[in-house]
Design a protein around this ligand. Structure first.
Ligand SMILES: *Cc1c(COP(=O)(O)O)cnc(C)c1O
Length: 469
Protein backbone atom coordinates (compact mmCIF):
# COMPACT_ATOMS: atom_id res chain seq x y z
CA UNK A 1 0.00 0.00 0.00
CA UNK A 2 1.13 3.49 -0.87
CA UNK A 3 2.96 5.16 2.06
CA UNK A 4 0.55 8.06 2.31
CA UNK A 5 -2.53 5.82 2.29
CA UNK A 6 -3.72 5.00 5.77
CA UNK A 7 -6.53 2.60 6.40
CA UNK A 8 -8.46 3.70 9.48
CA UNK A 9 -10.03 1.25 11.89
CA UNK A 10 -13.48 2.03 10.52
CA UNK A 11 -12.20 1.22 7.05
CA UNK A 12 -12.38 4.83 5.83
CA UNK A 13 -9.49 6.37 3.98
CA UNK A 14 -8.66 9.96 4.70
CA UNK A 15 -8.86 12.34 1.80
CA UNK A 16 -5.27 13.20 2.55
CA UNK A 17 -4.32 9.79 1.20
CA UNK A 18 -4.81 11.36 -2.21
CA UNK A 19 -1.67 12.91 -3.62
CA UNK A 20 -1.72 16.73 -3.47
CA UNK A 21 -1.87 16.77 -7.29
CA UNK A 22 -4.99 14.59 -7.36
CA UNK A 23 -6.72 16.64 -4.67
CA UNK A 24 -6.06 19.87 -6.49
CA UNK A 25 -7.07 18.36 -9.81
CA UNK A 26 -10.44 17.10 -8.61
CA UNK A 27 -11.22 20.30 -6.72
CA UNK A 28 -10.19 22.31 -9.76
CA UNK A 29 -12.58 20.30 -11.93
CA UNK A 30 -15.42 21.05 -9.52
CA UNK A 31 -14.56 24.75 -9.44
CA UNK A 32 -14.36 24.96 -13.22
CA UNK A 33 -17.64 23.06 -13.54
CA UNK A 34 -19.33 25.48 -11.16
CA UNK A 35 -17.90 28.49 -12.97
CA UNK A 36 -19.18 27.08 -16.25
CA UNK A 37 -22.68 26.55 -14.96
CA UNK A 38 -22.83 29.96 -13.34
CA UNK A 39 -21.80 31.59 -16.64
CA UNK A 40 -25.07 30.42 -18.18
CA UNK A 41 -27.07 33.35 -16.90
CA UNK A 42 -25.21 35.77 -19.14
CA UNK A 43 -23.64 33.80 -21.98
CA UNK A 44 -25.17 33.22 -25.40
CA UNK A 45 -26.82 29.81 -25.81
CA UNK A 46 -25.12 28.74 -29.03
CA UNK A 47 -21.32 29.14 -29.22
CA UNK A 48 -19.81 31.65 -31.65
CA UNK A 49 -18.26 30.11 -34.79
CA UNK A 50 -14.83 31.38 -33.72
CA UNK A 51 -15.16 29.54 -30.40
CA UNK A 52 -15.84 26.33 -32.28
CA UNK A 53 -12.88 27.00 -34.59
CA UNK A 54 -10.53 27.35 -31.62
CA UNK A 55 -11.18 23.68 -30.77
CA UNK A 56 -8.46 22.96 -33.34
CA UNK A 57 -5.96 23.83 -30.58
CA UNK A 58 -6.93 20.56 -28.88
CA UNK A 59 -5.84 18.56 -31.93
CA UNK A 60 -2.70 18.09 -34.01
CA UNK A 61 -0.44 15.06 -33.88
CA UNK A 62 -0.60 13.25 -30.54
CA UNK A 63 2.62 14.35 -28.76
CA UNK A 64 5.17 11.77 -27.70
CA UNK A 65 5.17 12.99 -24.11
CA UNK A 66 2.17 13.33 -21.87
CA UNK A 67 0.96 16.62 -20.41
CA UNK A 68 0.27 17.32 -16.77
CA UNK A 69 -3.33 16.49 -15.71
CA UNK A 70 -3.75 20.11 -14.56
CA UNK A 71 -2.86 21.46 -17.99
CA UNK A 72 -5.11 18.88 -19.67
CA UNK A 73 -8.03 20.09 -17.58
CA UNK A 74 -7.13 23.71 -18.23
CA UNK A 75 -7.05 23.15 -22.01
CA UNK A 76 -10.43 21.45 -21.88
CA UNK A 77 -11.95 24.33 -20.01
CA UNK A 78 -10.21 27.07 -21.99
CA UNK A 79 -11.07 25.69 -25.41
CA UNK A 80 -13.94 23.30 -24.69
CA UNK A 81 -16.25 25.29 -22.43
CA UNK A 82 -16.74 28.30 -24.78
CA UNK A 83 -17.57 25.92 -27.64
CA UNK A 84 -20.35 24.13 -25.76
CA UNK A 85 -24.02 24.60 -26.47
CA UNK A 86 -25.64 26.16 -23.40
CA UNK A 87 -28.02 23.31 -22.78
CA UNK A 88 -28.07 24.02 -19.05
CA UNK A 89 -29.03 27.68 -19.54
CA UNK A 90 -32.81 27.47 -19.25
CA UNK A 91 -33.09 29.15 -22.66
CA UNK A 92 -32.24 26.13 -24.79
CA UNK A 93 -35.40 24.92 -26.54
CA UNK A 94 -33.88 22.78 -29.28
CA UNK A 95 -34.81 19.15 -29.84
CA UNK A 96 -36.09 17.68 -26.57
CA UNK A 97 -32.97 18.19 -24.54
CA UNK A 98 -33.41 18.61 -20.82
CA UNK A 99 -30.88 20.33 -18.60
CA UNK A 100 -29.38 18.56 -15.62
CA UNK A 101 -30.64 19.08 -12.11
CA UNK A 102 -27.74 20.16 -9.85
CA UNK A 103 -28.25 17.12 -7.62
CA UNK A 104 -27.88 14.82 -10.63
CA UNK A 105 -24.63 16.47 -11.66
CA UNK A 106 -23.36 16.09 -8.10
CA UNK A 107 -24.48 12.45 -8.00
CA UNK A 108 -22.86 11.89 -11.38
CA UNK A 109 -19.54 13.32 -10.12
CA UNK A 110 -19.60 11.13 -7.05
CA UNK A 111 -20.59 8.03 -9.02
CA UNK A 112 -17.84 8.79 -11.53
CA UNK A 113 -15.42 8.92 -8.62
CA UNK A 114 -16.72 5.49 -7.57
CA UNK A 115 -16.05 4.18 -11.12
CA UNK A 116 -18.40 1.26 -10.66
CA UNK A 117 -19.07 -1.39 -13.27
CA UNK A 118 -22.85 -1.57 -13.09
CA UNK A 119 -23.18 -4.83 -15.01
CA UNK A 120 -22.86 -7.22 -12.09
CA UNK A 121 -23.88 -7.35 -8.45
CA UNK A 122 -20.44 -8.58 -7.40
CA UNK A 123 -18.73 -5.74 -9.28
CA UNK A 124 -21.06 -3.14 -7.77
CA UNK A 125 -23.61 -4.04 -5.12
CA UNK A 126 -24.27 -0.33 -4.64
CA UNK A 127 -25.18 0.28 -8.26
CA UNK A 128 -27.32 -2.86 -8.48
CA UNK A 129 -29.31 -1.86 -5.41
CA UNK A 130 -29.70 1.78 -6.36
CA UNK A 131 -30.85 0.79 -9.86
CA UNK A 132 -33.40 -1.56 -8.37
CA UNK A 133 -34.76 1.19 -6.12
CA UNK A 134 -34.79 3.74 -8.96
CA UNK A 135 -36.67 1.31 -11.22
CA UNK A 136 -39.27 0.66 -8.52
CA UNK A 137 -39.75 4.40 -8.11
CA UNK A 138 -40.06 4.96 -11.86
CA UNK A 139 -42.72 2.24 -12.15
CA UNK A 140 -44.56 3.67 -9.18
CA UNK A 141 -44.45 7.33 -10.14
CA UNK A 142 -45.52 6.58 -13.73
CA UNK A 143 -48.20 4.15 -12.54
CA UNK A 144 -46.87 1.23 -14.56
CA UNK A 145 -47.13 -2.45 -13.50
CA UNK A 146 -45.06 -2.62 -10.32
CA UNK A 147 -43.38 -5.93 -11.12
CA UNK A 148 -42.24 -5.00 -14.63
CA UNK A 149 -38.55 -5.51 -15.37
CA UNK A 150 -36.31 -2.62 -16.25
CA UNK A 151 -32.95 -1.88 -17.79
CA UNK A 152 -30.78 1.22 -17.72
CA UNK A 153 -29.38 1.96 -21.16
CA UNK A 154 -27.88 4.92 -23.01
CA UNK A 155 -31.11 6.54 -24.20
CA UNK A 156 -34.52 5.96 -25.71
CA UNK A 157 -33.04 4.49 -28.87
CA UNK A 158 -31.44 1.68 -26.90
CA UNK A 159 -34.48 1.48 -24.62
CA UNK A 160 -36.61 0.87 -27.71
CA UNK A 161 -34.07 -1.67 -28.89
CA UNK A 162 -34.03 -3.49 -25.56
CA UNK A 163 -37.80 -3.56 -25.17
CA UNK A 164 -38.34 -4.65 -28.77
CA UNK A 165 -35.76 -7.42 -28.38
CA UNK A 166 -38.02 -8.74 -25.61
CA UNK A 167 -41.03 -8.28 -27.89
CA UNK A 168 -39.33 -10.14 -30.74
CA UNK A 169 -38.53 -12.97 -28.36
CA UNK A 170 -42.05 -13.16 -26.97
CA UNK A 171 -44.09 -13.06 -30.16
CA UNK A 172 -41.89 -15.69 -31.81
CA UNK A 173 -41.69 -17.84 -28.69
CA UNK A 174 -45.48 -18.05 -28.69
CA UNK A 175 -45.37 -19.71 -32.13
CA UNK A 176 -42.56 -22.06 -31.11
CA UNK A 177 -39.60 -20.20 -32.56
CA UNK A 178 -36.48 -19.55 -30.47
CA UNK A 179 -35.13 -16.37 -32.05
CA UNK A 180 -32.17 -16.06 -29.68
CA UNK A 181 -30.86 -19.47 -30.81
CA UNK A 182 -32.07 -19.62 -34.38
CA UNK A 183 -32.11 -16.00 -35.43
CA UNK A 184 -34.62 -14.65 -37.90
CA UNK A 185 -33.60 -16.70 -40.93
CA UNK A 186 -36.50 -19.01 -41.64
CA UNK A 187 -38.53 -17.61 -38.74
CA UNK A 188 -42.27 -17.03 -38.95
CA UNK A 189 -42.92 -13.51 -40.15
CA UNK A 190 -43.61 -10.83 -37.58
CA UNK A 191 -46.10 -8.17 -38.66
CA UNK A 192 -44.76 -4.87 -37.35
CA UNK A 193 -47.25 -2.01 -37.11
CA UNK A 194 -45.88 1.52 -36.71
CA UNK A 195 -47.43 4.98 -36.93
CA UNK A 196 -46.54 7.26 -39.85
CA UNK A 197 -45.15 9.75 -37.34
CA UNK A 198 -43.00 7.33 -35.33
CA UNK A 199 -39.63 8.66 -34.22
CA UNK A 200 -36.77 8.05 -36.66
CA UNK A 201 -34.85 6.15 -34.00
CA UNK A 202 -37.61 3.56 -33.76
CA UNK A 203 -37.18 2.72 -37.44
CA UNK A 204 -33.44 2.39 -36.92
CA UNK A 205 -34.13 -0.03 -34.07
CA UNK A 206 -36.38 -2.12 -36.32
CA UNK A 207 -33.51 -2.42 -38.78
CA UNK A 208 -31.03 -3.34 -36.01
CA UNK A 209 -33.38 -6.08 -34.83
CA UNK A 210 -33.56 -7.57 -38.32
CA UNK A 211 -37.20 -6.58 -38.71
CA UNK A 212 -36.49 -4.02 -41.41
CA UNK A 213 -37.26 -0.34 -41.28
CA UNK A 214 -39.48 -0.54 -44.34
CA UNK A 215 -40.90 -4.01 -43.81
CA UNK A 216 -43.64 -2.73 -41.55
CA UNK A 217 -47.17 -1.45 -41.88
CA UNK A 218 -47.31 2.33 -41.43
CA UNK A 219 -50.58 3.51 -39.92
CA UNK A 220 -51.81 6.95 -41.07
CA UNK A 221 -51.86 9.70 -38.44
CA UNK A 222 -54.06 12.71 -37.83
CA UNK A 223 -52.82 16.29 -38.13
CA UNK A 224 -51.33 16.19 -34.61
CA UNK A 225 -49.35 13.03 -35.43
CA UNK A 226 -51.56 10.57 -33.55
CA UNK A 227 -52.03 7.14 -35.04
CA UNK A 228 -55.56 6.76 -36.36
CA UNK A 229 -57.11 3.81 -34.53
CA UNK A 230 -59.72 3.49 -37.30
CA UNK A 231 -56.88 2.89 -39.77
CA UNK A 232 -55.28 -0.06 -37.95
CA UNK A 233 -54.76 -3.01 -40.30
CA UNK A 234 -56.18 -6.53 -40.31
CA UNK A 235 -53.46 -8.80 -39.01
CA UNK A 236 -52.73 -12.40 -38.08
CA UNK A 237 -49.80 -14.35 -36.69
CA UNK A 238 -47.08 -12.73 -34.53
CA UNK A 239 -47.76 -8.99 -34.33
CA UNK A 240 -45.81 -6.12 -32.85
CA UNK A 241 -47.48 -2.73 -32.44
CA UNK A 242 -45.23 0.28 -31.77
CA UNK A 243 -47.15 3.15 -30.22
CA UNK A 244 -45.82 6.57 -29.32
CA UNK A 245 -46.39 8.94 -26.44
CA UNK A 246 -44.94 12.32 -27.31
CA UNK A 247 -44.37 13.18 -30.94
CA UNK A 248 -41.06 15.09 -31.14
CA UNK A 249 -42.69 17.92 -33.05
CA UNK A 250 -46.19 18.27 -31.59
CA UNK A 251 -45.96 16.35 -28.30
CA UNK A 252 -49.09 14.42 -29.30
CA UNK A 253 -49.81 11.01 -27.81
CA UNK A 254 -51.31 8.08 -29.75
CA UNK A 255 -54.81 6.97 -28.63
CA UNK A 256 -53.35 4.42 -26.27
CA UNK A 257 -56.59 2.90 -24.98
CA UNK A 258 -57.80 2.20 -28.52
CA UNK A 259 -54.42 0.81 -29.53
CA UNK A 260 -54.29 -1.44 -26.45
CA UNK A 261 -57.76 -2.78 -27.25
CA UNK A 262 -56.65 -3.59 -30.80
CA UNK A 263 -53.43 -5.19 -29.54
CA UNK A 264 -55.25 -7.41 -27.07
CA UNK A 265 -57.85 -8.42 -29.66
CA UNK A 266 -55.07 -9.41 -32.07
CA UNK A 267 -52.73 -11.04 -29.57
CA UNK A 268 -50.17 -8.36 -30.43
CA UNK A 269 -47.33 -7.07 -28.30
CA UNK A 270 -47.81 -3.38 -27.69
CA UNK A 271 -44.69 -1.30 -27.20
CA UNK A 272 -44.85 2.33 -26.17
CA UNK A 273 -42.08 4.76 -27.09
CA UNK A 274 -42.60 7.45 -24.49
CA UNK A 275 -39.12 8.93 -24.56
CA UNK A 276 -40.12 12.25 -23.02
CA UNK A 277 -43.90 12.33 -22.71
CA UNK A 278 -44.20 9.27 -20.48
CA UNK A 279 -42.96 11.49 -17.65
CA UNK A 280 -46.23 13.40 -17.95
CA UNK A 281 -47.88 10.38 -16.30
CA UNK A 282 -46.33 11.69 -13.09
CA UNK A 283 -48.46 14.84 -13.29
CA UNK A 284 -52.03 14.73 -11.93
CA UNK A 285 -53.04 17.49 -14.36
CA UNK A 286 -51.50 15.96 -17.51
CA UNK A 287 -51.72 12.21 -17.02
CA UNK A 288 -55.13 12.04 -18.70
CA UNK A 289 -53.28 12.72 -21.97
CA UNK A 290 -51.64 9.31 -21.57
CA UNK A 291 -54.76 7.33 -20.69
CA UNK A 292 -54.12 3.65 -21.36
CA UNK A 293 -50.32 3.93 -21.14
CA UNK A 294 -50.07 1.18 -18.53
CA UNK A 295 -51.76 -1.34 -20.83
CA UNK A 296 -48.69 -1.76 -23.06
CA UNK A 297 -46.33 -4.72 -22.79
CA UNK A 298 -43.19 -2.61 -22.85
CA UNK A 299 -42.08 0.99 -22.58
CA UNK A 300 -39.09 3.14 -23.48
CA UNK A 301 -38.34 6.34 -21.61
CA UNK A 302 -35.48 8.79 -21.46
CA UNK A 303 -34.22 10.07 -18.14
CA UNK A 304 -31.87 12.51 -19.87
CA UNK A 305 -34.80 14.37 -21.39
CA UNK A 306 -37.57 15.47 -19.06
CA UNK A 307 -36.19 14.00 -15.84
CA UNK A 308 -33.16 16.27 -16.37
CA UNK A 309 -30.31 13.90 -15.55
CA UNK A 310 -26.97 14.09 -17.41
CA UNK A 311 -26.47 12.22 -20.67
CA UNK A 312 -26.64 9.27 -21.30
CA UNK A 313 -29.58 7.69 -19.57
CA UNK A 314 -32.61 5.83 -20.89
CA UNK A 315 -34.79 3.12 -19.39
CA UNK A 316 -36.47 0.09 -20.97
CA UNK A 317 -39.39 -1.46 -19.09
CA UNK A 318 -41.00 -4.81 -19.86
CA UNK A 319 -44.21 -6.09 -18.27
CA UNK A 320 -43.11 -9.73 -17.89
CA UNK A 321 -39.52 -9.85 -16.61
CA UNK A 322 -38.88 -13.36 -18.01
CA UNK A 323 -39.36 -12.08 -21.54
CA UNK A 324 -36.73 -9.37 -21.19
CA UNK A 325 -34.34 -11.78 -19.54
CA UNK A 326 -34.90 -14.44 -22.18
CA UNK A 327 -33.97 -11.97 -24.89
CA UNK A 328 -30.83 -10.56 -23.27
CA UNK A 329 -29.41 -12.86 -20.59
CA UNK A 330 -25.76 -13.76 -20.98
CA UNK A 331 -23.78 -16.66 -19.60
CA UNK A 332 -20.06 -17.16 -19.19
CA UNK A 333 -18.16 -19.42 -16.80
CA UNK A 334 -16.45 -16.59 -14.95
CA UNK A 335 -19.69 -14.80 -14.20
CA UNK A 336 -21.01 -15.79 -10.81
CA UNK A 337 -24.70 -15.64 -10.15
CA UNK A 338 -25.42 -13.69 -6.99
CA UNK A 339 -28.96 -15.02 -6.80
CA UNK A 340 -30.03 -11.39 -7.02
CA UNK A 341 -31.12 -9.37 -10.00
CA UNK A 342 -28.03 -9.27 -12.20
CA UNK A 343 -28.28 -6.05 -14.24
CA UNK A 344 -26.36 -7.39 -17.25
CA UNK A 345 -29.06 -10.00 -17.91
CA UNK A 346 -31.50 -7.21 -18.76
CA UNK A 347 -29.38 -4.93 -20.97
CA UNK A 348 -27.56 -5.37 -24.28
CA UNK A 349 -24.29 -4.33 -22.57
CA UNK A 350 -22.13 -6.00 -19.97
CA UNK A 351 -19.84 -3.33 -18.55
CA UNK A 352 -21.39 0.08 -18.22
CA UNK A 353 -21.52 3.09 -15.93
CA UNK A 354 -23.89 3.30 -12.95
CA UNK A 355 -26.37 5.62 -14.64
CA UNK A 356 -29.19 4.60 -12.31
CA UNK A 357 -27.53 6.66 -9.58
CA UNK A 358 -28.61 9.91 -11.21
CA UNK A 359 -32.16 8.71 -11.71
CA UNK A 360 -32.30 7.78 -8.05
CA UNK A 361 -30.89 11.19 -7.07
CA UNK A 362 -33.33 13.08 -9.31
CA UNK A 363 -36.37 11.23 -7.99
CA UNK A 364 -35.24 11.43 -4.38
CA UNK A 365 -34.57 15.16 -4.65
CA UNK A 366 -37.80 15.94 -6.50
CA UNK A 367 -40.23 13.63 -4.79
CA UNK A 368 -43.58 12.98 -6.46
CA UNK A 369 -44.60 16.58 -6.12
CA UNK A 370 -41.35 17.94 -7.51
CA UNK A 371 -41.55 15.72 -10.57
CA UNK A 372 -45.17 16.68 -11.24
CA UNK A 373 -44.16 20.28 -10.77
CA UNK A 374 -41.28 20.01 -13.24
CA UNK A 375 -43.61 18.56 -15.89
CA UNK A 376 -46.32 21.13 -15.27
CA UNK A 377 -43.92 24.05 -15.22
CA UNK A 378 -42.54 23.11 -18.64
CA UNK A 379 -46.06 22.68 -20.04
CA UNK A 380 -47.02 26.07 -18.61
CA UNK A 381 -44.01 27.70 -20.24
CA UNK A 382 -44.99 26.11 -23.57
CA UNK A 383 -48.50 27.55 -23.28
CA UNK A 384 -47.02 30.96 -22.45
CA UNK A 385 -44.80 30.82 -25.54
CA UNK A 386 -47.76 29.86 -27.71
CA UNK A 387 -50.02 32.59 -26.37
CA UNK A 388 -47.49 35.39 -26.70
CA UNK A 389 -46.11 34.39 -30.08
CA UNK A 390 -49.64 34.08 -31.45
CA UNK A 391 -50.36 37.55 -30.12
CA UNK A 392 -47.24 38.78 -31.91
CA UNK A 393 -48.60 37.49 -35.21
CA UNK A 394 -46.94 34.06 -35.46
CA UNK A 395 -48.99 30.97 -36.27
CA UNK A 396 -49.04 28.16 -33.70
CA UNK A 397 -49.19 25.02 -35.81
CA UNK A 398 -49.90 22.36 -33.15
CA UNK A 399 -52.33 21.98 -30.29
CA UNK A 400 -50.09 22.72 -27.32
CA UNK A 401 -50.95 20.05 -24.78
CA UNK A 402 -47.49 19.25 -23.42
CA UNK A 403 -44.09 20.91 -23.74
CA UNK A 404 -43.87 21.26 -27.53
CA UNK A 405 -44.75 24.33 -29.56
CA UNK A 406 -44.60 24.47 -33.36
CA UNK A 407 -44.44 27.96 -34.81
CA UNK A 408 -44.71 29.24 -38.36
CA UNK A 409 -43.71 32.79 -39.28
CA UNK A 410 -45.41 32.73 -42.68
CA UNK A 411 -43.73 31.37 -45.77
CA UNK A 412 -41.14 28.56 -45.36
CA UNK A 413 -38.41 31.04 -46.37
CA UNK A 414 -39.42 33.58 -43.76
CA UNK A 415 -39.73 30.91 -41.05
CA UNK A 416 -36.20 29.72 -41.85
CA UNK A 417 -34.93 33.32 -41.79
CA UNK A 418 -36.47 33.92 -38.36
CA UNK A 419 -35.00 30.66 -37.01
CA UNK A 420 -31.60 31.64 -38.35
CA UNK A 421 -31.86 35.10 -36.76
CA UNK A 422 -32.84 33.56 -33.41
CA UNK A 423 -29.89 31.20 -33.47
CA UNK A 424 -27.51 34.06 -34.28
CA UNK A 425 -29.01 36.34 -31.66
CA UNK A 426 -28.04 33.82 -28.98
CA UNK A 427 -30.61 34.73 -26.32
CA UNK A 428 -32.23 31.35 -26.82
CA UNK A 429 -31.98 28.44 -29.22
CA UNK A 430 -34.78 26.89 -31.27
CA UNK A 431 -34.50 24.56 -34.25
CA UNK A 432 -36.59 23.96 -37.32
CA UNK A 433 -38.63 21.11 -38.70
CA UNK A 434 -41.02 20.28 -41.48
CA UNK A 435 -44.28 19.18 -39.93
CA UNK A 436 -46.52 17.36 -42.38
CA UNK A 437 -45.20 19.51 -45.22
CA UNK A 438 -45.14 22.77 -43.27
CA UNK A 439 -41.86 24.45 -42.34
CA UNK A 440 -41.97 25.38 -38.67
CA UNK A 441 -39.86 26.25 -35.68
CA UNK A 442 -39.83 23.88 -32.71
CA UNK A 443 -39.85 25.04 -29.13
CA UNK A 444 -39.30 22.20 -26.66
CA UNK A 445 -39.45 23.22 -23.04
CA UNK A 446 -37.80 20.39 -21.13
CA UNK A 447 -35.43 21.96 -18.64
CA UNK A 448 -35.86 22.31 -14.88
CA UNK A 449 -33.84 25.53 -15.18
CA UNK A 450 -36.26 27.45 -17.40
CA UNK A 451 -37.84 30.35 -15.52
CA UNK A 452 -40.59 32.80 -16.41
CA UNK A 453 -37.84 35.37 -16.98
CA UNK A 454 -36.09 33.00 -19.44
CA UNK A 455 -39.32 32.55 -21.36
CA UNK A 456 -40.05 36.28 -21.44
CA UNK A 457 -36.51 37.13 -22.56
CA UNK A 458 -36.79 34.47 -25.27
CA UNK A 459 -40.16 35.74 -26.48
CA UNK A 460 -38.72 39.26 -26.67
CA UNK A 461 -35.75 37.95 -28.67
CA UNK A 462 -38.02 36.00 -31.04
CA UNK A 463 -40.17 39.09 -31.59
CA UNK A 464 -37.05 41.13 -32.35
CA UNK A 465 -36.02 38.53 -34.92
CA UNK A 466 -39.51 38.50 -36.42
CA UNK A 467 -39.22 42.22 -37.05
CA UNK A 468 -35.91 42.03 -38.92
CA UNK A 469 -36.30 38.72 -40.79
C1 LIG B 1 -35.66 11.44 -28.24
C2 LIG B 1 -36.54 10.36 -28.70
C3 LIG B 1 -36.02 9.11 -29.05
C4 LIG B 1 -34.55 8.82 -29.10
O1 LIG B 1 -33.98 8.98 -27.84
P1 LIG B 1 -32.40 9.05 -27.62
O2 LIG B 1 -32.30 9.20 -26.15
O3 LIG B 1 -31.93 10.25 -28.37
O4 LIG B 1 -31.81 7.80 -28.12
C5 LIG B 1 -36.92 8.12 -29.39
N1 LIG B 1 -38.25 8.35 -29.42
C6 LIG B 1 -38.78 9.55 -29.10
C7 LIG B 1 -40.26 9.73 -29.15
C8 LIG B 1 -37.93 10.60 -28.73
O5 LIG B 1 -38.45 11.78 -28.41
Amino acid sequence: MNANVQLHEDGALEASSLSPEERVLLLEAAVRGMRYRSSMATRRVAPLPEDVERLAYLGGVLPEDGASPASVLEDLDTFGSPATVGVTSGRYFGFVIGGSLPVTVAANWLATAWDQNAGMVTASPVSAQIERIALDWVLDVLDLPRNAAGAFVTGATMANFTALAAARHAVLNRVGWDVERQGLQGAPEITVVVGEEAHASLLRVLSLLGLGREHCIRVPCDDEGRMRADALPEVSGPVLLCAQAGNVDTGAVDPLDDLARWAHANGAWMHLDGAFALWAAASPTRRHLLAGHARADSWAIDAHKWLNVPYDCGIALVRRPDELRAALAVNAHYLTDSGMREPMHYTPEMSRRARGVEVWAALRALGRRGLADLVERCCGHAEHFARHLAAAGAEIVNRVSLNQVLVSFGSPERTLRVIDAIQRDGTCWCGGTVWQGKTAMRISVSSWATTDADVDASIAAIRRCMRVA
